[in-house]
Design a protein around this ligand. Sequence first.
Ligand code: SF4
Length: 355
Amino acid sequence: MLAGEPRLAVANSEFAFELHVCQWAERAWPPDGDRDSPVLVARQLGTKRRRWDTIVVECDPAGLRQRANFGRQRLDSDLRHVLGHAPTEWAYYRDALPDPGYPWRYVREAIHTAADRGVLDRRKRGNRIEIRRRHAYPDWIERIVAIENKPDLDASAARRLAPQLERDVALGLADEVWVATERTDERIEPILLEDLPAAAGVLTVDPSTVEADVAWYPQSLAVSEPGTRIVERPDDDLSAARFEYVDPEWKAEKRRSIAERAYERGWRAYADSLRPDCRHFQLRTEGDSVVPYCEAKERVPTPSTCRSGCRECEPEPPAWRTGGWPIDGGPGAGIRRLLDDQRRRHRPGLDDGTG
Ligand code: SF4
């Protein structure tokens, strides 16, 4: 299951590059100084309209530890509404909670979900539901950093990327926006010659060593001020662009949602989109982390190739899975457990097995 040799899995795809950026960020963020805050790293998170490749959440150390009281699973906005306002003494839920602005039945559902997860006390008095706080929901998010991964940023990729970054900067949902690209041997990194927004930072990454350098520093974005959503940006010089304003409360709520999802998923959830139950699937040790490797194809497997349709796929025998080989299931189950353990290590206090 775990190949011990310290050989780096070559970044032969955008997916492999993305894993290396996540791995580096978890070990070395921030890129230019000592780490003051613990970080959580996740992949493929954002909003309905925009999804970033890599997210780094810089966390308040005490807040992150208190967040663990609520288990590994994310808390959605309905749950946060209940848990954030739950009283310290028993009270009828409609007296204790502010009007949610949506039907109370959704609040009742959230109360039952929270109580079933063991993060809220609930009891019935007559036909009234009363609630009581178990833990205060902490303010655990300090900064959110978004990284777009573009290992090969040629001119046409840069033309497509520039408007995306302009939108990110105008909206100001993340505190910083970066582009990570593969390091070249050229005197001036080619990405610096592209017409990208100056507010976006540039990281150059060496996938063979999983090291990164800053080629251009980003500006800090005004996350607590209103943002601008660029709805339409015509290519011609005649038509006007269309904008919408986004209020700070919407941004704060989205940031909490992104951070909650990062807490739940991390970046190792890639196992869900690969075939760790294939006999050729391995995890290779790289520093203090592991990355997936396909022994048959001698490369990092990707979600588009590592699936049931793969011609080299050899699923582990069902008897392994059900027969407790060597303990509790076959290698596929063992790989998932290992990745879960690694994820847990970056979430202090989370030792209760929830989620
Ligand atoms: S052989 Fe195919 S399914 Fe098996 S690990 Fe390799 S890519 Fe994945």
